[in-house]
Design a protein around this ligand. Structure first.
Ligand SMILES: Nc1ncnc2c1ncn2[C@@H]1O[C@H](COP(=O)(O)OP(=O)(O)OP(=O)(O)O)[C@@H](O)[C@H]1O
Ligand SMILES: [Mg+2]
Length: 245
């Protein structure tokens, strides 16, 4: 609406009622603005919930065909607020990268830890490169940053539990140890190369977990699984008396 239209509109009111009309109009406008904002807010919340469900693999089987690129993208969405400041994310996703049969939510914890560490090392600005390739029937993933790097004397300790160079309250030193154990659980491997200005964590994941069937059972109920194990042990003991020392 133009100013001239407002003049014409004002002319339709008696001078004594004009103030009330303007107040009513402005309140209606504020109300419409708030309703629009609520609409945007709800859409944003449902986007966040959808991203969270994808990231955590909620409502999906524990062991499943995992699309590595989907997991990496979901993790980048989750870490958006930490990365958006001055970190440029460069995705170099290879062709023909196969899906792998593993625990999707665990894998996302791996990417989260590696990307979180890279972001810390770049201290708010730098380049995060994520590479994927089909390799040895599975998938090779590299998470590279151009932060300060890891000094040679501590390179061998980064996967140790509680090893951290971060100030108290900022790091527990458990991130990479958990990553190491999770990758070992997949039957894959992880290593690190670092020099000032270039640190690369290289992960290789096989096409399926060595214990694919068992992991599925565990996810269905550890307690039930333990009870069954005990029952099996008892049955074995009974069948082979004296087999325990
Ligand atoms: N990309 C990296 N660049 C430089 N140093 C790194 C990098 N990743 C890990 N580190 C070093 O390895 C240490 C151990 O990492 P780890 O993720 O296990 O623990 P943390 O990040 O200190 O704490 P948190 O338990 O919160 O993850 C870090 O404190 C840091 O010194
Ligand atoms: Mg960490």
């Amino acid at each position: 609406m133009e100013a001239v239209d407002l003049d014409a509109l004002a002319g339709t009111f008696e001078p004594g009622h004009l103030g009330t009309a303007i107040t009513a109009l402005s309140q209606a406008r504020t109300a419409y603005g708030l309703i629009a904002q609520i609409g945007h807010g709800s859409a944003r919340i449902s986007q966040i919930v959808a991203a969270l469900k994808d990231y955590s693999y909620m409502d999906r089987a524990a062991v499943q065909d995992v699309d590595i690129h989907e997991g990496l993208n979901g993790t980048l969405v989750m870490l958006q607020s930490k990365l958006k400041l001055g970190i440029e994310v460069l995705r170099d996703y290879g062709p023909g990268v196969p899906h792998i049969e593993t625990l999707g939510s665990e894998l996302n914890q791996v990417w989260t830890s590696l990307i979180d560490n890279a972001a810390d090392a770049m201290n708010g600005s730098g380049h995060l490169r994520i590479r994927t390739r089909a390799a040895e029937g599975g998938v090779a993933v590299e998470i590279e940053d151009d932060g300060n790097g890891i000094p040679p004397e501590v390179l061998g300790k980064v996967f140790d539990p509680f090893f951290t160079t971060k100030p108290p309250g900022q790091g527990t030193g458990l991130g990479l140890n958990i990553v190491f154990n999770m990758i070992r659980g997949t039957g894959g491997r992880i290593d690190v190369q670092s020099a000032p200005g270039r640190t690369v964590f290289r992960v290789w994941l096989p096409p399926r977990r060595p214990d694919a069937g068992r992991a599925q059972d565990e996810a269905q109920g550890e307690v039930q699984g333990e009870a069954q194990d005990e029952a099996q042990d008892r049955a074995q003991d009974e069948a082979q008396p004296g087999s325990h020392p």
